[in-house]
Every structure is written in C-alpha cells, then in structure tokens.
Design a protein around this ligand. Structure first.
Ligand code: AMP
Length: 218
C-alpha cells in the first residue's frame, strides 16, 4: 500500500508507521529522519536544513522533494511505503502526485491522525530520542528500561532541539498555516481517512489496523 500519515507533530505518526512497517513490510519514509541523518553527517543539505529545523520552520520544498523522489525510486519502496511527515505543504503534495503519476501509480490512502493540542504538547515535551538509532521514548508514556538510555543500542537519550517548549509552539503554528490545508486537499480527492490518535499506542494501532483492513477489503 502507498500511504501518507498526516497530522501535527507529536500525534504519533512515526511510532505507528514503525509498527505497520514491522507487520506489513512497507518501508517508512520519514523526511524528518532523513533530514536529521543529513544534519548528523554534516552534509551540505544537512547544514542548510539545520537552521530551519532548530527554529521549528519547514525546510524548503525543493530540498525535501528531491530527497523523497530519490527514496521512492529505491527498490524497497516499489511495492508500497508509508510517508511520515511528507507532504507538509500543498506544493509538496502536488509534486508527490506527479512523482507517482510518472510511474503510473497513485496514493492508496492518506490517514489523518487527530490528537488534542494539550496532548500533543505533553507528548512532544516528554519525548526523548536516541541520536544513534532514532528510537523514540517518552518520560511518562514509553520509559526506557534503563533511565536515560536507549533500549535498542544503549546510547544516551536526548531531547531534540525542536522538542523544546519554545520551538513546539512554532512548529504547531507552521502546521496550522502550511500543513493543515492538506486535510481539505486530500478530502477533495476522496483519499482521506480520519484516525483518532488519542490514548495509548496499542489502542491507536488497533484503530489504524481497522482502517487499513477496510481499505484492503474495499
Ligand atoms: P519531523 O521529525 O517530521 O517532526 O520533522 C522535523 C523537522 O524536519 C520539521 O520541523 C521540519 O523542519 C523538517 N521537515 C521534516 N519533513 C519536512 C517536510 N516534508 N517539509 C519541510 N520540512 C520538513
């Protein structure tokens, strides 16, 4: 399946995408992860992107579109994928449609994760990430087995610069202004499914599976 997971930062798109990848094998393509990797490797793209990311702003469309185009051309994505954090603007959505159209393909579904603003802020401010393997934990909801250490690789967990309170507000404003219009955009194309992203991860995953089963049966 070719899916887009849409929603504000902190709604749980990435976590749920990882579980779908583990169960169904469709690779997750996260533009945030790809950009963070570029920042870590100090590539020219990473150096350019870091300032935008630390300020909670979007990286220019042309940069992310190029990254996604290259990724979708990779063999693992040919039979399906989950886009996490892309598209984030209407021009990105249009470019995605064009990229897929070139190969005679289209999106199967866009899943819009809905979570209250209060819960989003709580989830983002308590999030702790592994800078090495990208695993994600939470101070309250998903504590690591050893405090402050990644369960998977043992690295010291960090708070992402853009998960600090002052940047969270900026990211939510960017979401409202530039990404939320995609809900109407995909609704008009009749490919949007709404998902209640509140509550614990297992409950959200069950709801997500119900949506996906409905699509596969259709
Ligand atoms: P995320 O991990 O998806 O929350 O992304 C972290 C940051 O990476 C965002 O706040 C943006 O600065 C940048 N970013 C990720 N995806 C995109 C995108 N599709 N378009 C522009 N910037 C992006």
């Amino acid at each position: 399946m070719r899916l887009v997971f849409l929603g504000a930062p902190g709604v749980g798109k990435g976590t749920q995408a990882d579980r779908i990848t583990a169960q169904f094998g469709w690779p997750k393509v996260s533009t945030g992860d790809l950009l963070r990797e570029a920042v870590r490797n100090q590539t020219a793209l990473g150096v350019e992107a870091k300032t935008c990311m630390d300020a909670g702003k979007l990286v220019p469309d042309s940069v992310v579109i190029k990254m996604v185009r290259a990724k979708l051309a990779d063999a693992p994505c040919r039979d399906g994928f989950i886009l996490d954090g892309f598209p984030r603007t209407v021009p990105q959505a249009e470019e995605l449609q064009a990229i897929l159209h070139e190969s005679g393909l289209a999106l199967d579904r866009v899943i819009n994760f809905r979570v209250s603003r209060r819960d989003i802020v709580e989830r983002l401010s308590g999030r702790r990430s592994c800078p090495k393997c990208q695993s994600v934990f939470h101070l309250t909801f998903a504590q690591p087995k050893i405090s402050g250490r990644c369960d998977r690789c043992g690295e010291v967990l960090v708070q992402r610069n853009d998960d600090k309170p002052e940047t969270i507000e900026a990211r939510l404003k960017v979401y409202d202004d530039q990404t939320a219009p995609l809900i109407a955009y995909y609704q008009a194309k009749q490919v949007l499914s709404e998902l209640d992203g509140s509550g614990d991860m297992d409950a959200v995953y069950d709801r997500l599976l119900t949506v996906l089963r409905g699509l596969r049966a259709a």
